[in-house]
Design a protein around this ligand. Sequence first.
Ligand SMILES: NC(=O)c1ccc[n+]([C@@H]2O[C@H](COP(=O)([O-])OP(=O)(O)OC[C@H]3O[C@@H](n4cnc5c(N)ncnc54)[C@H](O)[C@@H]3O)[C@@H](O)[C@H]2O)c1
Length: 490
Amino acid sequence: MTPTSPVTDTASTGGLSRFMDRRSFIRTSVHTGAAAGLVLSTSKTAVAQATDPNRKLKCALVGCGAQGNAIRIASKDVPGMQWVAVADIWEFNRRPTARRMQYENKHQVDGAVAEYATIEEMLEKQKDIEAVFIATPDFLHAPFSRIALEAGKAVYCEKMMSNTIEGAKDMVKAWQQTGGIFQIGHQRHSNPRYLNFRDNIVKKADMMGRITHCYGQWNRGVSASQPLGIPKNQSIPQDLLSKYGFASMEEFMNWRWYAKYGGGPISDLGAHQIDMFNWTFESTPVSLFATGGIDYYDGTDGKAKFELPDNVMCLYEYKLAGGTTRAYYQVLTTTGSQGFYEKYMGVKGSVVISESPSFNDAYAEPGSDWTKWSEGETPFIVKPSNAIKNKFWEQSRDWDKPKAPSYTLVSKADARESKGLSPWSLAATLDRPPHAPHVQNFVEAATMKKHEHLNCNVVEAYKGCVTVLKAYESIKTGQKYIFTPEDFAV
Ligand SMILES: NC(=O)c1ccc[n+]([C@@H]2O[C@H](COP(=O)([O-])OP(=O)(O)OC[C@H]3O[C@@H](n4cnc5c(N)ncnc54)[C@H](O)[C@@H]3O)[C@@H](O)[C@H]2O)c1
């Protein structure tokens, strides 16, 4: 396939490819944000270690669907990178993505973006590619990462690592064998809101005291789970589909519904949040009990048909320094109730956080005075906006205490009821596309050739993948699954 013609513009914007190690990077970013007000965020200009400012990592995207384009959009906010090629077997997705990239490259001296149908052809023909982003269906992550790593490319591969533990294990092995730069797309690892939560609120200040429990959910209503139709006259030739294991165009479109291509909602959505339990505690669970099934999507009455459980509930136990911490997670695809968020509950207070900025709250228990953590140049929390008083899950007090609605007994609280909690908001916000800091972290690591700079390397991500996918074993046996250290090792 011939590269599309280059769009050239000699008025290059120049790059800001100067980097620092992760700790100093976060420190500088938080400082920069605080100086500007309460927005503490990773900044695309907050880089220190001098390298060539005009250096641009030559990147290729494999898989130009919804997530491939989310990465493309995020990349517009990331210095030091440039798209040079895309590969996708579906021209319907590939062509517009390549054209958009080319348009967005317009200030590059050579802004050409070549199009290929397959990753094999792309790597064979275009040798200038330095880094490959993989955003294909999950079952292709393992073979495609291996091909790219073996070709000497740095790799950013989307979550879930794989639809099988064997596939994920092979990805770790591929990295061990090649020693390349290999990031997995759990973007919360680079999100300043999550970093502020873990590194400042939990670890540095110990504001919440011992976290005995946490909870996460991703609820999605039936309207968001309908099968996708095939756009008119846009089918892929069956021989090309078959080459990559797709039985039909219908299965290709709806790969998430099939066990051979994806891992079901617990993997698709739980991948992000269960991984955050491990990340926050810097640990892995010792046990898991899961229950789930096809509660709704059984193919009857015009409903779609799931092969994997549409609703799953999991209970994890962690053994942490302070004792046992239990984590409950649910993914429901039959109700949108309360959306998606995680909640951490400690003896001195709770935090509710999500990739969605509408969940960004902290509540101090009576007796916990958090005021000092809201002061200074880099506060960890800030006084909340009035909106917090409408949050349903806590009865707040202090400055935001709402007038007691007539339907509660706030003014006559039962002696056994907890007193209201002091509401706060987390100070750090993300004022960039949600994937931008993670893509930037990868571009920095690939440019510096420093695997240790990555915020979510393949070995760490593997532990999250095992934590999630073992839910199926518990569902199948109806038994608690006891993890062993070997489960998390490759
Ligand atoms: N990090 C996140 O927040 C996030 C969000 C959504 C999806 N994802 C992940 O991104 C990946 C893609 O998800 P999506 O929602 O974009 O799916 P999608 O179906 O919208 O896109 C997949 C793309 O891959 C292409 N493709 C399929 N087989 C291919 C092959 N053999 N070679 C090249 N291209 C091929 C398809 O044509 C399509 O363009 C999944 O692994 C998913 O879990 C991550």
